[in-house]
Design a binder for this molecule. Structure first.
Ligand code: APR
Ligand code: PHB
Length: 404
């Protein structure tokens, strides 16, 4: 098999890259180890930055998101039993976020790729990367037990944290940095009406809680738990009772409903420097992980893809590799800022049992500062809605990516 860009992984990064390349007349093949049903059914986070929403719309895949997603102009921070609204819209000159589940974005992208005749090979196994230090990289894999090979000009490693792409970069060339948190998130989907028009991030003595939404009928909530805890220890009654303890206030009591899904995930910050080697480029979770508290994961994958798209298109249009050569540096500058923000939100909002009473006092003062200082709230808001994308020598708007 032959293509221009061989893409490993049909997550948001791989699917979006394939679609944007198609719009620019560039061929790609996606190799995905899971089935279509699995990738479309995996529950993940759901906050899209303004830039992500604008890009999906400009790329013609935003129709359902605009109908079914929820636009939020602010978030609420709750601590010491009181709510404080951060008006992101006002603090950022009119920006907002959209709550629309990641697996819905995946469904929209898969449907569009298949409609446009895109090649997405599901259920592949034994993917391995070869000769990406030359101009003719190869990807080998098995599909239905048969060995296959793709020859391509570039490989995009969009295979998430556990995929083979990052591991293919020699250890002497990459440096990995990470922070593991002593926090886990127990997430639920529940059949109830929305409990609040905006997301509520709560710092409580018993631990963090987040109230989010999915649709008028389904809500998404999270509780900080021990990352090693077993979901079997959490009956529905225990989950509701803990949510009441942490989020109820004098004039609010969370609405209970049937819990239709629950799981526990651990939290880490991770970054791989460099994100490129030869003609292999890593994007999204393959190169970096952020804790979900800043709602940045999907959005970071999208901005990596925009930079990569720009570099690949420049190469095919003019033979130049200016952007591709700087791909990792351009991406990492923005990723480090998102890492900083996600780390800051995580440490500010979670209850750390190893903290001294003094550190707990500083944590609450930090929240009070954010809630009462316009400058501090602006800093939170501009990071939450998404920092601008900067490609040296190019206009820094997300939409300019589609008219290269
Ligand atoms: N071969 C083929 N595909 C693979 C392999 C492999 N060996 N290993 C992993 N994959 C696939 C996974 O099955 C998955 O569908 O790569 C895809 C990677 O997708 P994501 O993990 O969703 O990563 P990404 O596209 O970078 O999106 C980042 O996902 O984890 C969230 O918070 C994160 O929202 C962010 C987003
Ligand atoms: C979600 O709705 O899943 C969600 C929202 C905000 C976050 C993380 C997850 O910070």
């Amino acid at each position: 098999m032959q293509t221009q860009v061989g893409i490993i992984g049909a997550g948001p990064a791989g699917l979006l890259l394939s679609h944007l390349l198609y719009l620019q007349g560039i061929d790609s093949i996606i190799l995905e180890k899971r089935s279509r049903e699995e990738i479309e059914g995996t529950i993940r986070a759901g906050v899209l930055e303004q830039g992500t929403v604008d890009l999906l719309n400009a790329a013609g895949v935003g129709e359902r998101m605009m109908k079914e997603g929820h636009t939020h102009h602010g978030i609420e921070l709750q601590f010491n039993g009181k709510r404080h609204r951060i008006n992101m819209h006002e603090l950022t000159g009119g920006k907002k976020i959209t709550v629309y589940a990641q697996h819905e974005v995946i469904k929209d992208l898969v449907a569009q790729r298949l409609k446009d005749g895109g090649e997405v090979l599901f259920n592949v196994s034994d993917v391995s990367l070869h000769e990406f230090e030359t101009n003719e990289p190869k990807i080998r894999f098995k599909v239905e037990g048969e060995e296959q090979e793709i020859s391509c000009d570039f490989i995009a490693g969009c295979d998430g944290f556990h995929g083979p792409s990052r591991q293919s970069i020699p250890k002497t060339i990459r440096t990995e940095k990470q922070q593991i948190y002593p926090f886990g998130w127990l997430g639920i989907l529940t059949e109830t009406a929305p409990v609040n028009p905006e997301l509520i991030y709560t710092n409580h003595e018993r631990g963090f809680a987040l109230l989010s939404t999915r649709s008028p009928e389904i809500q998404r909530h999270y509780l900080q738990v021990d990352p090693k805890d077993d979901i079997a220890n959490w009956s529905d009654d225990r989950i509701w009772s803990e949510l009441h303890e942490r989020v109820d206030t004098e004039d609010f009591s969370i609405t209970e409903g049937p819990i239709i899904q629950k799981n526990i995930v651990s939290m880490r910050s991770f970054i791989c420097e460099t994100m490129q080697h030869g003609r292999l480029f890593l994007a999204g979770d393959a190169a970096h992980i952020v804790p979900p508290t800043g709602a940045k994961g999907l959005n970071l994958a999208v901005t990596d893809i925009q930079v990569l798209l720009h570099g690949i298109v420049e190469y095919y249009q003019s033979g130049k590799t200016e952007v591709l050569d700087q791909y990792s540096d351009i991406c990492l500058r923005r990723i480090w800022k998102a890492q900083r923000f996600s780390y800051w939100m995580t440490t500010m909002l979670h209850r750390n049992q190893s903290h001294s009473p003094f550190e707990r006092g500083v944590q609450l003062a930090e929240l009070d500062y954010v809630a009462s200082s316009r400058s501090a709230a602006t800093s939170l808001a501009e990071n939450y809605v998404g920092l601008p994308m900067e490609i040296p020598g190019k206009k820094s708007t997300n939409l300019s990516m589609l008219s290269i």
